[in-house]
Design a protein around this ligand. Structure first.
Ligand SMILES: [Zn+2]
Length: 318
């Protein structure tokens, strides 16, 4: 059944509250920020410059912008061990949300992603979804005749995907010995969680076939909604979204790995969120009156034509 925008936001709000309530455990009450025993400082994950400009604090975390390349990132950031522990305890609500994965909202976006990537090259026969959850995207890929492979670290979601017949691994990418090179590697809303994007892209490149493609969907720090709402935008969660790429920074990191942009587009306008905010309401739970344009001025078409949508979909090739 198709969900209304308000229902979807209510689901997201529930996930958000469940996740944010768990930040408290890590916060140093004297500063309101994450305790330094859980975090480490780092330089820009795209250009390695080390002169970031402070942007804002959010739920214990600190977002900065690189003064050289404009990359937006968390600094300090959780050390790997603590981030892993955080995710391991994070899944009770997410598993519940996964059950709604197959509604129209995601199916439409997933199918559009498949259309885009399949139009970019010939003879693509296998697809890997990193962070495949219960396999909703792989189900759609299987219907297109692709051999489907998934990686999922959460054990209950991994089992669901495996039961559906997808070749599924409950391990990190770098530990898996794939039997074949892979034609398409997808990461839906995953790449922004990875601290070292360069290492990740190079690892993916090493398992990719010669004509292979990488598909990324990531929240865009160039989104109009993100720029308008700033710290209030739920793209900025404080722990999990460690790297928020924009149009130039995703190009820059891809090029560093010897990859080029085959296509780039944006999806999800967030017009209703922006209108709520401009009406002084809660941007995510406000009573949306206008869903067709921002303040009667900027419509969905112009948002996406200018790559100002909430999420960037990027296809990379060698
Ligand atoms: Zn930089």
């Amino acid at each position: 059944m198709k969900k209304s925008v308000k229902e979807l936001h209510a689901i997201r709000a529930k996930m958000w509250d469940a996740s944010i309530s768990r930040h408290e455990h890590y916060i140093d009450k004297s500063t309101g920020l994450f305790s330094t025993k859980f975090t480490e400082e780092r330089s820009c994950p795209v250009c390695t410059n080390n002169t970031p400009a402070f942007m804002f604090n959010k739920e214990g975390g600190t977002y900065v912008k690189c003064s050289s390349c404009n990359m937006v990132y968390l600094n300090p950031v959780f050390i790997d061990e603590e981030l892993t522990k955080f995710y391991q305890s994070n899944h009770s609500v997410q598993s519940e949300i996964v059950e709604t994965d197959e509604d129209d909202f995601y199916s439409t976006i997933y199918n559009q992603g498949l259309d885009s990537v399949l139009s970019k090259a010939q003879l693509l026969t296998s697809i890997l979804d990193i962070g495949c959850s219960s396999g909703a995207f792989l189900d759609l890929a299987a219907k297109r005749g692709l051999k489907t492979i998934g990686i999922e670290l959460n054990e209950s979601e991994f089992r669901l995907a495996e039961q559906k017949g997808h070749e599924t691994y409950n391990d990190s990418l770098e530990n898996i010995d794939f039997k074949q090179e892979i034609d398409i590697v997808c990461m839906w809303d995953v790449f922004e969680h990875i601290k070292d994007g360069e290492v990740c892209l190079n690892t993916i490149k090493s398992i990719l076939s010669i004509n292979g493609l990488i598909f990324l969907q990531i929240p865009s720090s160039d989104a109009l909604a993100a720029k308008m709402l700033g710290a209030k935008c739920n793209m900025y969660d404080g722990i999990e979204h460690v790297n928020l790429y924009g149009i130039e920074t995703i190009k820059k990191i891809a090029n560093k790995c010897g990859l080029e942009i085959a296509s780039m587009k944006t999806v999800i306008s967030e017009i209703s969120v922006m209108n709520n905010y401009l009406n002084y309401d809660d941007p995510y739970m406000g009573d949306t009156k206008n869903q067709s344009s921002v303040h009667g001025i900027i419509d969905e078409k112009s948002i996406h034509e200018n790559l100002l949508g909430y999420k960037l979909q990027v296809i990379l090739r060698r």
